[in-house]
Design a protein around this ligand. Sequence first.
Ligand SMILES: [Ca+2]
Ligand SMILES: [Ca+2]
Length: 311
Amino acid sequence: MACFFSISCGAQFAPAAGQPGSTALRADSSCFINWAKRCSIQRGYKQINLPDSGFASVGMAAAAEGPAATNGVVSLGDGGIATLTFNPPITDGNGFDFAVFENTFLDTFLELAFVEVSTDSLSWARFPAKSLTQTKTQTGAFGFTQPTRIHQLAGKYRHPYGTPFDLKDLAMMSNIRIEEIHYVRIIDVIGSIDSTLGSKDSEGRMINDPWPTLFASSGFDLDAVGVINQLPSASSLPINKKSILGFNPIDETLVSNCADPLHLEIFNSQGQRVIQYTLEPHTALPLHLLPGMYSVRSEHHSIKIIITSTR
Ligand SMILES: [Ca+2]
Ligand SMILES: [Ca+2]
């Protein structure tokens, strides 16, 4: 009962654009000093459980490059991924550091996406998404979502407003450097409340988002990513210099970029060792761990990772 009360009455998040307390940022705001330079897309199916539905097809990757509200949008499809490159890199300055623009025209017709950032494109950290939308009745293709029920998900605000993100919220993630973010990745939330199909938030709740969307414009419609804080000049880090051990939150795998075997030890937040493993050169290790924060240590360095799903 206490749990029900806190979810239904507490923990409300910022409201729609224009309302007091909203964090929405207009595309023409002077806070935006730069925009994504490059975008590449890995499209998802129009409907994740129907491969014959084909891929979402609206727009080209280039639509997400440059300023918002200028050159159209690109539709990602169910679970589709857009990877955007920034130069100079985004950095953690005061307050919000960048914002993501989607094309919805209503405050409550929202298509959502996870947001991840990376310094080297090998190792990624995901903003800890929260969705308090009910999960009993599927939100239909044109169903409504309240912005006050969602947090740290792109697509919270209607066009021409962006949803802002503060890199400081990832300060504990030692597998990236929040002072130097070259890459932002936008991953469509698969809105099905069927746990075998849909996406979960950072606390293991299904995210109820319009689904199915069996259209060419299926999934998150990415317009642009605007930069608020960036380093003063091009990067100190060569853009292709990767660390030797990375983490990919999409499939929760550790990824070796090392020419030698890596002897890994993984500790949970109580300091107990839960995995000891030798990761062969240039291979990946899918993790099957309970949700929580873990420390991964090798001969060379250690990184913190967050596991959200129960696989
Ligand atoms: Ca910041
Ligand atoms: Ca979706």
